[in-house]
Design a binder for this molecule. Structure first.
Ligand code: P6P
Length: 337
């Protein structure tokens, strides 16, 4: 079978963008390069002095793992060197990272990313991931600005994620479907393995941290009960699958069908996941694969983005499962937690 690498695929698809002069293609290439370097370190994390915590906390107040910082530095370096983006935003950095090298000042794009999502799982060998989203800048020239990032998800030009698991895969969309590439370490190339992915209309998995049950919105509690009822016609009860690494839970549900929910909780009244570099990119992907993503009421991609690290509740996955969850959220909207 003819292997098609990520690079070949991107160039072939470039004709879908008649006005593109290859900048987006080169940007996706730069992300692929950084992903391969992170893959190498993640896959030997247990062997080298890169496990454990740095002793610092990030802007989210979360303990920073050494591999978090390593991954963050790799993506920053690769995007700076590539010269195709004029600013970046990272989960690990409080403010945007402006790039004012000569080649980047004229760059058309900005990139937001979570360099290593689920990193608290690294020490126990659970899959982790990188999530990225690409916007066209709205500022006219010079280094990128905060406004370049404060755009709704409907303005996304491209989005994707890398999952560092039993194999390393890069999944992305530019608005013309979702394609998945598996890294072949023997040749150092991401190879097309999952062309034109479509998520099942319904699935068997529901994913959420039931430790927060007491403070879930009533609609979530009722939906969980629905998932647990016995009903052969709708293949219930579903199976609860929650690994605590969003990219891993999302990836399983994308391929097999399912729903991932991170609602508002006592600890995270606005939800835990970040709109810019977690929810919007995953929402773009799931919609391109035929699924849905909401905040419990509104479409994620249409949510106004007013703060860099803005959080939102997230319901994402198979369309029929998200619709059912929304029915319960609407029906019990007024019920007090
Ligand atoms: P909790 C990881 O920190 C993360 O951002 C997602 O990857 C994951 O789905 C979620 O948080 C887990 O959060 O509160 O259930 O541990």
């Amino acid at each position: 079978m003819q292997v098609q690498t990520l690079g070949q695929f991107i160039i072939e698809k470039q004709k879908d963008f008649p006005y593109s002069k290859g900048e987006l293609s080169r940007l996706l290439r730069d992300i692929g390069i950084a992903s391969k370097i992170v893959h190498r370190e993640v896959n030997k994390a247990g062997l080298v002095e890169i496990l454990g915590e740095t002793g610092e906390t990030n802007v989210q107040g979360e303990a920073v793992k050494k591999l978090d910082i390593f991954a963050n530095n790799q993506f920053i370096a690769a995007l700076k060197a590539g010269g195709e983006c004029c600013a970046m935003a990272s989960e690990e950095n409080e403010d945007i990272i402006t790039i004012d090298t000569p080649s980047s000042k004229g760059a058309k794009y900005v990139v937001a990313f979570d360099p290593l999502d689920g990193s608290s799982n690294i020490d126990v060998n659970v899959s982790v991931g990188t999530i990225f989203s690409i916007y066209r800048r709205v500022s006219l020239s010079g280094p990128g600005t905060l406004e370049d990032f404060l755009q709704p998800g409907t303005e996304l030009v491209a989005a994707g994620y890398v999952i560092y698991g039993s194999s390393t895969m890069l999944m992305y969309t530019t608005g013309k479907g979702v394609n998945g590439f598996t890294l072949d370490p023997s040749i150092g190339e991401f190879c097309l393995s999952h062309p034109d992915i479509k998520t099942p209309k319904s699935g068997m998995f529901y994913s959420l941290n039931e430790g927060n049950h007491l403070r879930f919105p009533e609609g979530v509690k009722k939906y969980i009960k629905y998932c647990q009822e016995e009903d052969e016609a709708t293949n219930r009860p579903y199976s609860s699958r929650y690994i605590g690494s969003g990219v891993a839970d999302f990836h399983r549900n994308l391929l097999k069908g399912g729903i991932f929910i991170y609602p508002s909780t006592a600890k995270s009244p606005k939800g835990k996941l970040r709109l810019l570099y977690e929810c919007n990119p995953l929402a773009f992907i799931i919609e391109q694969a035929g699924g849905k993503a909401t905040d419990g009421k509104n479409r994620i991609l249409e949510l106004p983005l007013t703060e860099l690290h803005q959080r939102t509740p997230l319901f994402i996955g198979s369309p029929d499962m998200v619709d059912k969850a929304m029915e319960y959220m609407a029906k019990y909207a007024e019920a007090k937690v």
